[in-house]
Design a protein around this ligand. Sequence first.
Ligand code: NOJ
Length: 737
Amino acid sequence: MRNLKLTALGALACILLAGCAEKDDIERKVDELLSKMTLREKIGQMHQVSGGADLAEAAAKGEIGSILNCVDPDQINAVQRAAVEQSRLGIPVIVGRDVIHGFRTIFPIPLGLAATFDPELVEQGARVAAVEATASGVRWTFSPMLDIARDPRWGRVAEGSGEDPYLDTQMGVAMVRGYQGDDLADASSMAACIKHFVGYGAVEGGRDYNSTMISERSLRNTYFPAFKACVDAGALTLMTSFNEIDGIPSTGNDFLLRDVLRKEWGFDGMVVTDWNSSGEMIAHGFAKDLKQATEQSVNAGVDMDMMSFGFINFIEELVAEGKIKETTIDDAVRNILRLKFRLGLFDNPYVDASKTRAAAYTPESLEAARRSAAESAILLKNDGGVLPLDDVRTILVTGPMADAPYDQLGTWAFDGEPEHTVTPLAALRERYDVIYEPGLAYSRDRNTADLAKVRAAAARAEAVVVFVGEEAILSGEAHSLSVLNLQGAQSELIAEAAKSGKPVVVVVMAGRPLTIERDLANCDAMLYSFHPGTMGGEALADIIEGKISPSGKTPITFLRDAGQAPFYYNHNNSGRPCNGTETLLEDIPMQAGQTSLGCTSYYLDTGYGPLFPFGYGLSYTTFEYSGIALDSTTLSKDGVLGVEFDLTNTGGRDGVEVVQLYTRDLVGSVVRPVRELKRFERVALAAGETKHLRFEIPVADLAFWTRDMKYEVEPGEFQLWVAGDSASGEPHAFTVE
Ligand code: NOJ
């Protein structure tokens, strides 16, 4: 036994030593190469340009460190050949691309992936994306986007994991692992880029690129955790954000890039700007010209400039004037070269173009995409168990999203090919006798001329399935909205279907949580599918038919009205929280006295609560939590919070429940959120089955940034919930001493 232990220890030591040796070897190579470089060549490495073969000449001169937006393997090889074979030092370029939720095989948008609460599956999806993209020569993706988003007006809510720091962390780390794989130097490994550092999701009013005002404590408690976790997981690169925080644009913020990222977190990867975010500091009114913006960016800790052209044009001058130290440039270039060595680009700079196409759309990739789409669908309503439609033959399929192969791919699907999309219409035709009457041509269509045809067709069907939502262009970067109702005449279409008296199932395919309260009233069942990607049609048909029971949960709060935004479950309490008594507009007597409604925190029109809370989602079966018991209700700061419970499938079908564990710190040196997600797990249960489950959480996980700006657990009273969403369950008390 002892020998066995020693052997195991020896093996571990060897692995660690080998890791260190590899690291030292890379550092040695970086320094050696750096010592040969002229200032001009160093600056070239810091310059990233969008384009393809047209950039070969610049690459041959050593004036480009990276290209983006080229996915043609032949063009990539041409630029690479120029860099490797013609430039003086032969330093390869690194090719970046926004591979956000798949490359060719498109997975659900990241918000949909978050709804799966399935990090393992998300990791698998990111691996698929890496294999497909690297086969084209792309070794760097600008993903994952870790921006916490609590305002669905912001179009980029589609690109992240929603409102919760813990879920965001789990999803972000899963993506980093999937993209980067087990061996960075393997040709199928793609560097991740965690973005946008930081606070971009907090843009005022949900309007893209807008200002933010986030305190350091909020940054640390809410916006940093996923970034820190991804740094710890080995994310190779980081992108600065467009926004300013309290007047300082992120691209010129040395507190963020040097004090926090490098010094506190020990990040040794590479920092890139967002597209022209260095140059945009002029429009912000933070820099007077591109030269000053360059000085600010480099001195703040940016290594590579994406598309502002300031670094390539002004660094030399700034160094000569003593405004940027050459040692600062050396550090930046070290970070860039380290990345290229880590990815093995010096040894294997080229891509084998003969294998590019075969890497795309493999049966395994399509299956992973299908599973992801199935797990991401959220059942919001199912009156009378209308779904699944397992006892009907003839259905009417209607709505502008039923057969929208481009739009169901969602935002940032640059390399997805709509001809590979399986739409719901196509998939349902394989399983039912389908009458198809789209009613509207696209989501914004206001022409109601065809709605009468829908009603007539409904008379011939046993059930109606209405596919509505948003076209891909309505969410994503620069696509914010101030009204979040279904666009065009889609609500009218649903109302028309309801008049038929047939069971009406609504499927929403969108880039954000829309305000669908009025539409819920006009249907029997509603399935919410954030743009589900290539295999969305098959996945949704599997659910509609009952092959799969829905298991997705809302990764973001669903609002009654956009006017409630920002709204998130893990908010702090006001001094006058709503106690459940709300007097709404219609109930207010005329000339009511000023204080007669009570004085608590709610809206007179939409009330206090959301439409659906974070973590919510139904299944075709039902689940019951029982016997929740803590190992101990008094814990020390270095203890472990153990909690056990039974979960029973109380319905008649097999299903999967996403079990969620929340805590609340009742009194803190600063006000603490009313609930915080600490753990979750997908649990599969056969009909009637009970499983005994257990969570163990180190008390250290209850730490936060205190009034003294220390990260620690404060002793005191806590509560814990184990439940199926953020608004359910009973609190269980415990104390930390
Ligand atoms: C701007 C976007 O903000 C960023 O997310 C993206 O990666 C870059 N453009 C590159 O396309």
